[in-house]
Design a protein. Structure first.
Length: 147
């Protein structure tokens, strides 16, 4: 007798991934060009600290030189490419789940983000993007003089 693990949400998760590939993968790079197609979408965590926002993306197997992070008009764009050699049954592979190809994500940043001071670093397959907040403007009193 063999024991089979039942995962009721595995089919729904697979459908969700397929829909993400189909719909979210076709985001226009810019209005004048053709649409960019993403082969996979990295998982992202976004947190807010007192002085910055931190975006952490899982990009295992992606060489940091193949990652592009850009900021334009309040939109942070994360794109890149992960390549694997041929993985077919002739090479001994029976199951292939790791996706290769390009990825593309866009995030609209709040007005408090300081676009000029964004930094990014890659460590062990995780890309951390630090987005500092602009200093808060404190109100000041303006004295009215009499002439």
């Amino acid at each position: 007798m063999s024991l089979v693990t039942y995962e009721p949400w595995s089919l729904v998760n697979r459908l969700h991934r397929d829909l993400d590939k189909l719909m979210a993968g076709r985001v226009p790079a810019d209005p004048e060009s053709s649409s960019a197609i993403a082969d996979w979408i990295p998982a992202v965590d976004i947190s807010e600290e007192s002085d910055r926002f931190v975006l952490t993306a899982d990009v295992p197997g992606v060489d940091p030189k193949d990652i592009e992070v850009s900021m334009e008009n309040g939109v942070l764009t994360l794109s890149g490419r992960r390549e694997f050699s041929d993985r077919d049954e002739q090479n001994g592979y029976r199951r292939v789940e790791r996706v290769s190809g390009s990825f593309f994500r866009r995030f609209t940043l709040p007005e408090t983000a300081d676009a000029e001071s964004i930094t990014a670093k890659s460590t062990h397959g995780a890309l951390e993007i630090s987005i500092p907040k602009q200093p808060k403007v404190t109100p000041r009193r303006i004295d009215v003089t009499v002439e």
